[in-house]
Design a protein around this ligand. Structure first.
Ligand code: PLP
Length: 386
């Protein structure tokens, strides 16, 4: 390692290593029993009826958009304060991402801003549980019912969180997870698509693997072209499969998800307590309905009260051995989105929040000494810049 404290870090133990090793010497490296077991586990854990594991969180979002029937001419409303994949998946399908602004206190997509974006072309909403806090899903569902929209929850940050006691994964029409190493639970790479709707589920299963299905009834037909080997391609799918060793790693990690949540909660409380005494720091607000399994800790500073700017603050942190990250540059600021005609100024709340935030270390193995050190460094930098 480089000796720096990073904003996030995977947690791998002996059990994880053994779980992967076992698969490597088994009969199935992909599409085997661990994939099935993980899908079952995700259903049990979240309460969702159906789960399909896929190659990563981005392919999960792509599957969700295809299953939702997004195509040319369709508009899909999402947040700009997210990883680009939350909007890119709409572009993959030929649809148009429409950016609604975020709430200035929770940083999650704002229901009133969603309503302002709705047109007769709107087909779906992709709501992102930013930093793990569940969006205002009660209100967003009401909007979806009123305008007949499909709700896709990008829960890349929020595995382990619940809304009014109901686990993320079982609430929206379609929910997607990511198992990238910075996320709460990892498989190296990996993703999942969860739903309670059998039609969405069947479609996602097909999309994951080339749109092919085994057609057993042909085994009995006396036709030389169609026998027990016959697979039929019924739609244009992809290879978005997950390997069995990734599934085994994720399964092993799922054993510790409650421990991960507990430690993340403790760390968030320590940060919040320390920062509540510093007037320049703005603490992210929580809605009471969300029991959050926190993925990122956002240090937000009112730089108008300090002599330094965000970049200088970031560099001071780095000098002290703490490597922060910014989550996120508003998606529509990227050159590619600019080339599509999106302009700065579209979502003022998201742009202001973006200019004031950085993610500071938050992961289960962060020790009490380390978090004390991070807090001390932040206090020091603020003190010399008052
Ligand atoms: C990480 C992430 C994704 C993409 O997941 P990958 O597994 O990296 O493809 C999508 N949306 C959000 C909000 C993410 O944080």
């Amino acid at each position: 390692m480089d000796g720096l404290l990073h904003y996030g870090k995977q947690n791998i133990n002996e059990n994880d290593i053994n779980a992967v090793n076992e698969v490597l010497t088994s009969d199935f490296l992909t599409c085997g029993p661990k994939v099935d077991a993980l899908e079952k586990k995700l259903c049990e854990y979240t309460g969702a009826k159906y789960a399909t594991v896929v190659s990563n969180g981005t392919s999960a979002l792509h599957c969700a958009c295809i299953a939702a029937g997004i195509g040319p001419g369709d508009e899909v409303i999402t947040t700009p304060l997210t990883f680009a994949a939350s909007a890119n998946c709409v572009l993959y399908c030929g649809g148009k991402p429409v950016f609604a602004d975020v709430d200035p206190d929770t940083y999650n997509i704002s229901p009133s801003s969603i309503e302002k974006c709705i047109t007769n072309r709107t087909k779906a909403i992709i709501a992102v549980d930013y930093t793990g806090q569940v969006v205002d899903i009660g209100e967003i569902k009401r909007i979806c019912d009123q305008y007949n929209l499909i709700l896709i929850e990008d829960a890349a940050h929020s595995i382990g969180s619940s809304y009014k006691g109901q686990k993320v994964g079982s609430i929206a029409d379609i929910t997607t997870f990511s198992f990238h190493p910075v996320k709460t639970v990892t498989g190296g790479e990996g993703g999942a698509v969860l739903t309670n709707d059998e039609e969405f589920f069947k479609k996602v299963q097909l999309i994951r693997s080339h749109g092919m299905q085994h057609v057993s009834e042909y085994e009995e037909i006396n036709d030389d072209e169609k026998g027990p080997w016959y697979n039929e391609m019924v739609l244009l799918g992809y290879n978005y499969r997950m390997t069995d060793f990734q599934a085994a790693l994720i399964l092993s990690q799922m054993e510790r998800i409650d421990l991960f949540k507990q430690r993340r909660d403790d760390l968030v409380n320590k940060y919040n307590e320390a920062f509540s005494k510093i007037p320049e720091i703005i603490i992210q607000k929580e809605i009471k309905e969300s029991d959050t399994c926190r993925h990122l800790y956002i240090l937000r500073i009112d730089y108008s009260k300090l002599k330094c700017n965000r970049k200088e603050f970031y560099n001071e942190m780095k000098k002290k051995g703490i490597l922060c990250q910014i989550h996120y540059i508003p998606t529509y600021w990227f050159p590619y989105y600019k080339s599509l005609g999106y302009e700065r100024g579209l979502c003022p709340n998201a742009e202001k929040i973006y200019s004031e935030i950085m993610s500071i270390p938050l992961y289960p193995a962060l020790t009490d000494d380390q978090i004390e050190y991070v807090i001390k460094c932040i206090q020091e930098i603020i003190l010399v810049n008052r």
